[in-house]
Design a protein around this ligand. Sequence first.
Ligand code: GDP
Length: 202
Amino acid sequence: LFAQNCEFLWAADKSDGLPPMGPLEIAFAGRSNVGKSSLLNALTTRRTLARTSHTPGRTQNLNFFDLGPDAQNPLLRLVDMPGYGYAAVSKEKIANWTRLMKDFLRGRASLARVFVLIDGRHGVKDVDREMLTLLDQAALSYQIVLTKRDEVKKSAVETTLDEARAVLRKNPAAHPEVIFLSSHTGEGVSDLREAIVKLVSE
Ligand code: GDP
């Protein structure tokens, strides 16, 4: 699946600019700098993906990528959600972001799961909790992925995982399994791949 072509499909900055539903979708959310672009690259072994989503002006967009043998026959759609938690963003921008997220998450029947990326060095922050609450309200399936595992001491890995699991116990729509990975070393990336393959084959 991940060796397939991955083509940029669509960018949306408004709710009425969303692409029509097509193949099964999985979305990736997280605070800016959490390592989302690095992970998308590690998953798909494509560099253009991150470049696309980091293009100025596109960072506030929902970016859609199709994976599959050809553009007419996609197997899976990746949705790169705009990073949240910038300190220097205006209230208006935050309001726009929230509206776009709510509109996208609500009634997107093709959306199979949202992977919420959380920096493994910092753990779950308030903005992350807000995202989880949004997902609970939308009654969507979501799963926590801790990033930058290579930066976390071996002795702290279990504690970090336990903290994340504890947060999830309060969030009914959450998948109980937490993934801890590093895009730099590749450790744990196969766990995420397996979770995605499982979703596609269900
Ligand atoms: P984004 O803003 O969420 O798309 O984050 P990026 O993928 O651009 O990464 C933000 C920063 O974190 C960059 O400096 C990356 O090199 C770094 N980073 C991303 N993934 C990892 C990782 O697995 N390990 C480490 N140590 N750093 C990472």
